[in-house]
Design a protein around this ligand. Sequence first.
Ligand SMILES: [Cu+2]
Length: 168
Amino acid sequence: MFLTRILGAAAMLALAALPAGAHEFTAGGLTIGHPYAFETAPTAMAGGGFMTITNEGAEADRLLAVRADFPKVEIHETVEKDGVASMQPVEAIDIPAGATVELKPGGYHVMFVGLEGRPLVAGTMIPATLVFEKAGEVAIEFAVQKRGEGDMGHMMEGMSHDSGEASE
Ligand SMILES: [Cu+2]
């Protein structure tokens, strides 16, 4: 009985953690796995977009740009220096042949900039175009997800405001 309840709770947690409607897109040898973004606060200026890019082709490719209906869309990398995480734009992301590159909170990500008054809303999709050096333009959609307790998306928010206390 007790065990059943624990298993049941675990199953529900697993369900909750499952991305709603996991989806993927393919172009040539590239597979774009579950592009997603987290919902943002009404006052947020920017939001992050994440996905996996798997290259099963024979040649390396590069993600050069991402286009979407925002004032600016950039490709960012999160770097940690002296214990302080910050984000910086990168020219491109290399996708070596045979490799899977993950865009995720705390690493490479797409940055939707200029959200002012147009927050990302959970349950909606963000149409976007990925521009690859070899595969060309690939139309995808980012699924906007709710933030959950303990998910890594909080790292992105943590970067933009002072915690007030050093955590050493
Ligand atoms: Cu960023």
